[in-house]
Design a protein around this ligand. Structure first.
Ligand SMILES: [Zn+2]
Length: 190
């Protein structure tokens, strides 16, 4: 027995709606652990530290969306410092990923306050014992300034990115305005 024509129609309509809306639900499904953890960090930071030790906040310059190679736009802040200068966590959070990518070189992703992923790139080395899942207090060591990845030909600097974790993806934002608003100097470590 065949289903009535109108009901078959509705079945196809459902398939079309599910497929067309795939970008809306595949991302949250694939990133469920990230979304869950981000929820626990939903409160925005009351204070941030400049993630390069000793760098004066007045020297932060926004290069947001400046043109980059391959038609890309700059999505972060470049904090120039001598090679080996300690890089510290800008906020309270947890280490989400420690690894390597072709643009960023040696990178660390930290999920932290304001349900945001904080991206630390071009590191010369990672802080000793840094491990995924580890809790980081604001100002805790992450690594050291370098020029790994596509920064090979530039002076050493930290590329610092901020990506708000949304229901359908990551939303990059300029780190300089929130840093200047909530800034405290990175504490000197002995
Ligand atoms: Zn950069």
């Amino acid at each position: 027995m065949r289903a009535p024509r109108t009901r078959r129609h509705r079945w196809w309509l459902l398939v079309v709606v599910v497929v067309a809306s795939a970008p809306l639900w595949t991302w949250p499904l694939r990133h469920a652990p990230l979304l869950w953890s981000a929820f626990t960090y939903r409160r925005p930071p009351t204070q941030m530290v400049v993630p390069v030790q000793g760098l004066e906040p007045s020297r932060l310059i926004s290069t947001w969306h400046a043109p980059r190679s391959g038609g890309r736009r700059h999505e972060g802040a470049d904090l120039f410092a001598r090679r080996g200068t300690p890089v510290v966590s800008a906020v309270n959070g947890q280490v989400w990923r420690v690894g390597h990518d072709s643009l960023g070189g040696q990178v660390v992703w930290v999920l932290g306050e304001g349900r945001t992923l904080y991206y630390y790139a071009h590191l010369d080395a990672f802080a000793e014992g840094l491990a995924v899942g580890q809790h980081l207090e604001r100002g805790a060591p992450i690594g050291f300034v370098g020029n790994t990845g596509n920064a090979r030909t530039t002076p050493p600097h930290l590329h610092f990115g901020m990506y708000r974790v949304g229901l359908t993806g990551l939303h990059p934002r300029d780190p300089v305005p929130p840093l200047k608003r909530r800034v405290a100097m990175a504490p000197a470590r002995g």
